[in-house]
Write a protein that binds this ligand. Structure first.
Ligand SMILES: Nc1ncnc2c1ncn2[C@@H]1O[C@H](COP(=O)(O)OP(=O)(O)OP(=O)(O)O)[C@@H](O)[C@H]1O
Ligand SMILES: [Mg+2]
Length: 350
């Protein structure tokens, strides 16, 4: 470029408990970490996936950029939860042009939304002489609008909005370069939502969002021990001086029913998958976990024994070059599970 600077795009994950920001540069097979940001949000800012305090969220976004000197002026963010529908529909064989003309009608008819109320995107996943399979992602318009506003209030430009589970898959594909026969379940355990995406090779076979996450563990401790949410949160995270007075076994006993519930919901997701056309005769071989909720002590082992599958922590920087002079490796490995989505979003931007 002779004049001006190249536009760079950062990945921004607006979670209900915190904001995660990642900037990458380079090509897909040669990525470098340029910047990373993390800002906590008060629990009143985003409730049930909805932004309630626009200014608080915008300020946190701005701060994530400023504190970490992230220069990107455009961002890609993601959506998940109940305002998002992702579904494959099967249509008669047709050309790309025919599909373009009729997709709105088919989507409305098969997914039961009104195109005036949602933003949607689609792409052909399979084309045979008998049928055309189309993956559709739709999100309520007001959800998209408020996300855009939060980003604009923070002084940035929203360049695209992705679906969280797709971004997670992106992160996995680039970092793990799976074989066509690999079948893994990607799990992102957040504060209030757990995204599940079952992927074979680089194809998503099944997705589901479970409406529970790390908050439920904190709730269990808060109620069981009669303490504040903040205290319960600290004990859950294993902050030593906070757990004085409560022995480890008591804490474990209080956490276990929630672990069991999560394992059951994941099992249910696998059962739905097995009952679907894509999942018939297909076994999940491994679970890769991410999200802050996955850092709960003993959770990986617990899930592994309940679900009888190996459980590994997804490393979002596995194939990304990180300058250890600029980024403290200890800090990075501590926040690594939370960064998976933001890395996946950032990958879309390069
Ligand atoms: N060391 C830890 N031990 C246990 N839980 C932890 C630990 N660190 C963070 N968490 C939990 O992780 C959750 C936050 O994870 P994350 O940042 O992925 O969620 P989020 O993106 O803000 O939420 P969501 O995606 O559900 O909107 C919180 O429930 C927090 O208590
Ligand atoms: Mg999240």
């Amino acid at each position: 470029m002779l004049f001006g600077k190249k536009k760079s795009v950062a990945g921004l994950d607006i979670g209900s408990s915190s904001i995660k920001l990642v900037e990458l540069e380079g090509k897909l097979n040669n990525l470098n970490l340029v910047g990373i940001g993390y800002e906590n949000l008060p629990d009143t800012a985003i409730v049930e996936g909805q932004i309630m305090e626009l200014n608080t969220v915008a300020e946190a976004i701005q701060s994530a950029f400023q504190t970490n000197q992230i220069k990107a002026d455009q961002v890609i963010t993601g959506v998940s939860g109940y305002s998002v529908i992702v579904k494959t529909i099967v249509l008669p064989p047709m050309s790309q042009e025919e599909l373009e003309e009729s997709i709105v009608w088919h989507a409305e008819e098969q997914l039961g939304f009104r195109s005036s109320e949602v933003n949607f995107d689609y792409h052909i996943t399979e084309q045979t002489p008998e049928y055309t399979k189309v993956l559709i992602a739709a999100c309520r318009k007001e959800r998209i609008e408020i996300l855009k506003q939060a980003i604009q209030f923070a002084g940035k430009q929203p360049s695209a909005i992705d679906v969280d589970t797709f971004a997670l898959q992106n992160c996995y594909e680039v970092n793990y370069q799976p074989y066509e026969t690999d079948v893994v379940a990607l799990l992102n355990i957040g504060a209030s939502t757990t995204n599940v995406n079952i992927v074979r090779g680089v194809t998503s076979l099944f997705m589901r969002d479970i409406t529970m996450g790390g908050n439920q563990f904190t709730d269990a401790l808060q109620k069981g021990l009669g303490i504040s949410f903040q205290q319960a949160e600290a004990i859950k995270r294993g902050v030593r001086n906070q757990s004085q007075g409560f022995d480890e076994q008591t804490i474990l006993n209080l956490l276990e029913p929630t672990m069991e519930y999560l394992a059951m919901e994941i099992q249910r997701t696998f059962d739905f998958f097995r009952a679907s056309e894509e999942g018939y005769n297909t076994n999940v071989q491994k679970i890769l976990i991410s999200g802050g909720g996955s850092k709960l002590a003993r959770l990986p082992e617990y899930l592994s024994s309940k679900l009888e599958l190996p459980v590994e922590v997804l490393d979002p920087f596995r194939q990304i070059k990180v300058n250890t002079k600029k980024f403290d490796p200890d800090y990075l490995s501590e926040i690594m599970p939370e960064m998976a989505l933001a890395v996946g979003l950032a990958i879309r931007g390069v």
